[in-house]
Design a protein around this ligand. Structure first.
Ligand code: UDP
Length: 245
């Protein structure tokens, strides 16, 4: 299966449908090599514009799915209509798939009690889930944790430490673990632990989950708000003003 990417501000974004993206992720899961799925949003791209290491991480990822309405709008400006793929839903599908076949998985991220509750809830939902390693997301030495993970040989690793921390962790892990599919999923463990509620389905469908989360956690406003218009303006500029230059 070939990737179909469109560049937003020079960052390649995959434009697979939800099903195609999942099928592609399954091939990565079966692969003998390690790989990195990024669920991208405008904030990560804006950060990466001033952070060459993060830029490299995003450009070398094996699959970059459009999380966040901002990316969807950006791709529309570029003439490409895509599905929005929420990282939390995508990761849940990977968990379901792993439970079916007993694929060994590792969970890294969130506070200890959140992590424990996540494990409890996931295993009661999927009794066959084969969780072979867990660690909370508060540590200083990435390499130490990755070495511990390597001993356990997971095929799937979910990193929930927020971006860009989780992306840096995964990038380093990609160079150390031989064959693990890894995905960064931000605050998903808080949701799975039952501490944070997702937006009602209707808002999710309308692409307004970010609005709900911003109202619930107003501190997110500072993070999201100035970024989104800036990001959209840069794409418009890229698409219409720099053409032919
Ligand atoms: N977190 C972590 N280690 C850190 C900082 C944050 O594990 O050093 C966790 C935090 O407990 C929370 C998640 O990362 O569970 C970040 O959630 P946020 O909602 O900020 O991420 P987003 O979904 O917006 O990327």
């Amino acid at each position: 299966m070939e990737r179909k990417t469109v560049n937003l501000l020079n960052f390649p974004i995959d434009t697979f449908s939800k099903d195609e993206a999942f099928n592609y992720a399954k091939t990565l899961l079966d692969s003998a090599k390690s790989s990195h799925i990024v669920t991208i949003n405008p904030e990560i791209i804006e950060t990466a514009k001033n952070n060459p290491h993060l830029e490299r991480i995003l450009k070398e990822a094996e699959l970059v799915v459009a999380d966040g309405i901002g990316i969807k709008i950006g791709l529309l400006i570029k003439g490409k209509k895509t599905d929005r793929i929420a990282g939390i839903d995508f990761a849940k599908k990977l968990i379901e798939e792993s439970a079916k076949t007993g694929i060994p998985i590792a969970l890294v991220g969130a506070k200890q009690e959140v992590l424990e509750k996540t494990v409890e809830n996931l295993t009661s939902q999927y009794p066959d889930l084969n969780i072979i390693y867990t660690h909370n997301g508060y540590f200083d030495n990435n390499e130490e944790i990755i070495d511990e993970i390597k001993e356990k040989s997971p095929k799937l690793l979910l990193a929930a430490m927020g971006a860009p921390k989780q992306e840096e962790f995964i990038y380093m892990a990609k160079s150390i673990l031989p064959s693990t599919l890894m995905i960064g999923i931000g605050g998903s463990f808080d949701v799975w632990a039952g501490n944070v509620k997702r937006a009602p389905k209707i808002l999710q469908k309308l692409g307004l989950e970010w609005l709900y989360r911003t109202i619930k956690q107003p501190e997110r406003f500072k993070r999201i708000f100035p970024t989104l218009p800036k990001f959209i303006c840069s794409i418009i500029e890229e698409q219409y003003l720099k053409k032919g230059v």
